[in-house]
Design a binder for this molecule. Structure first.
Ligand SMILES: NC(=O)c1ccc[n+]([C@@H]2O[C@H](COP(=O)([O-])OP(=O)(O)OC[C@H]3O[C@@H](n4cnc5c(N)ncnc54)[C@H](OP(=O)(O)O)[C@@H]3O)[C@@H](O)[C@H]2O)c1
Length: 264
């Protein structure tokens, strides 16, 4: 427990599970009230919310399919009504169809880009006035991943969308710096979450072993590792850091990686 985020209000999209849930709890541990967002997994969102309240912080749960601009508008109207301001925004929600490029249909690509790239544009447009109203330095955190710079099987759709997120991070940082809003990107390596297990299916155990060998810190990442980095970048201590991509990967990006070993 720290007071690094004392009295901040934080929105974490996709906080019904995995990294988003861990970030919601870490931010609450650091003193922030948290807006928990989910798409379908209401039970997960309720569990996250209970965890925030157990940490003595206020919580609001919002539901939206972030592929839909009208649902994004609805969420921000609720946040405006409930809190009237926002200090931290972590754009964490993601999903895709894991397919080879040759099998990808236009709707697969459009949905991935609409959830991950277009929603970043539309949500940040709604976040900025709420941050300006707060009067504090604003903090926007995006989430990319290992697959923007390293090739992973069936990952082109998500990897290219996350590449766009990294580029947007730099443009938003440039545009919002004069408003005292920093924008940085967390790039996790292999983190043990439901989605990593779903992506890898029966290859997860092999990946775990290979990734552990290829990681200087000799273990897979945990959601809490990314969550703690999020707290750091959201805190005053990171006030002069903007437009950067921070790898949270135990050093796996320093090696040639384990992915070739698990192809096929
Ligand atoms: N896990 C890894 O190894 C890893 C590695 C690199 C990067 N990342 C990135 O880290 C972030 C979190 O990853 P994770 O593994 O924790 O993800 P996850 O467990 O799959 O959770 C994804 C979250 O996104 C939400 N979501 C999915 N589709 C949505 C939609 N259409 N509209 C709104 N919300 C939607 C889900 O909501 P519901 O639960 O309500 O459906 C869930 O809360 C993602 O951006 C991911 O790309 C993860």
């Amino acid at each position: 427990m720290t007071d690094l985020l004392h009295d901040r209000i934080a929105l974490v999209t996709g906080s019904s599970r995995g990294i988003g849930q861990a970030a919601a709890w870490a931010m609450a541990d650091a003193g922030a009230d948290v807006i928990v967002h989910y798409h379908k997994f209401e039970e997960g969102a309720l569990a996250t919310a209970r965890g925030v309240e157990e940490r003595g912080r206020r919580v609001l749960i919002v539901q939206a399919n972030l592929e839909d601009p009208e649902q994004i508008d609805r969420v921000f109207s609720r946040i405006g009504d409930a809190f009237g301001r926002l200090d931290i925004y972590m754009a964490n929600a993601a999903a895709t169809a894991f397919k080879p490029g040759l099998e990808m249909r236009p709707h697969h690509y459009q949905r991935t880009f609409s959830l991950i790239v277009e929603s970043l544009l539309l949500t940040v447009q709604r976040v900025v006035p709420l941050m300006e109203r707060s009067g504090r330095a604003g903090r926007i955190l995006t989430v990319s991943g290992h697959g923007t710079t390293f090739t992973l099987p069936n990952y082109a759709g998500l990897g290219s969308a996350k590449g766009a997120v990294e580029t947007w991070t730099r443009y938003w940082a440039y545009e919002l710096g004069p408003k005292n809003i920093t924008v940085n990107c967390l790039s996790p390596g292999v983190i043990d979450t439901d989605s990593a297990r779903y992506y890898l299916q029966d290859r997860f155990a092999r990946l775990e072993e290979a990734a552990t060998r290829a990681t200087p810190l000799r273990r897979l990442g945990r959601p809490e590792d990314v969550a703690q980095a999020a707290v750091l970048l959201a805190s005053d201590a990171a006030g002069f850091i903007t437009g950067q991509v921070l790898r949270v990967d135990g050093g796996i990006s320093l090696t040639s990686g384990p992915f070739e070993e698990i192809q096929g």
